[in-house]
Design a binder for this molecule. Structure first.
Ligand code: SF4
Length: 223
């Protein structure tokens, strides 16, 4: 089910012009979610897949890639077929995922050229962000699968001062290094799209700046 389409993006697939297909529905409930309108699976679809394909056919030669984002794209049973369809049109395939469904992720990895995997927190503290029991072990399995697949990837963490402080981010970053991760980035919480009023107006900038040097030293290939 499709919740929206961004016709042109310069930032959702590194180094390439992309269209972004937003999938409706997510099993987790992160308070800072920027796409809160996409979380409920029961919402009415905004677009038909045929409409998206018609749009993409008109963009062959103009766009490099199609990124499946959300919500959580791997929630969609039709995701493998959709990825095959856009590959057949000559587009690169990107995926933004939380890693909530490791087995489904494993099944689509051979169809993906680049993946952005959100890492929410140190794996043993995941529930404090996602409000979903067991989410940390699922995300850890997905992170391992991504690294073993050979698919180009980026791990990234959204930082909000009420959810993750600098010490927790550094704990997580070191955990990722031990797992063999090469590319990792910390991004600041952005209030746009967030429905949790208690999280608004709390900037993470100073903390992000304070740890950026240490993060860069742990992941020299990320920049
Ligand atoms: S996993 Fe992503 S889409 Fe789902 S609630 Fe969290 S931030 Fe929103």
């Amino acid at each position: 089910m499709i919740g929206g389409l961004t016709p042109l993006s310069t930032s959702d697939y590194p180094g390439h012009l992309s269209a972004v297909v937003f999938c409706q529905g997510c099993p987790w409930r992160c308070g800072y979610c920027q796409n809160a309108h996409l979380v409920e699976s029961s919402a009415s679809p905004n677009l038909k897949w045929r409409t998206v394909l018609d749009f993409l056919e008109r963009r062959i030669g103009l766009l490099d890639a199609v990124v499946f984002s959300g919500g959580e794209p791997t929630l969609q049973r039709t995701l493998p077929g959709a990825m095959k369809a856009v590959r057949a049109m000559g587009f690169r395939v990107g995926l933004h995922t939380s890693g909530a469904y490791p087995q489904r992720l494993a099944s689509v990895l051979p169809l993906i050229d680049w993946i952005g995997l959100d890492i929410k927190a140190p794996f043993d503290a995941y529930e404090s962000v996602t409000n979903a029991p067991g989410s940390g072990s699922r995300a850890k399995s997905s992170a391992r699968l991504v690294m073993e697949s050979g698919v180009d990837y980026e791990f990234r963490t959204t930082m909000h001062p009420t959810r993750l402080d600098g010490a927790k981010i550094l704990t997580l970053a070191k955990e990722l290094v031990e797992m063999g991760a090469k590319r990792y980035r910390v991004q600041e919480f952005r209030p746009k799209g967030c429905l949790d009023e208690t999280l608004l107006g709390r900037a993470a900038t100073s903390t992000t700046e304070a740890i950026s040097e240490e993060i860069n030293a742990l992941f020299p290939n990320s920049n």
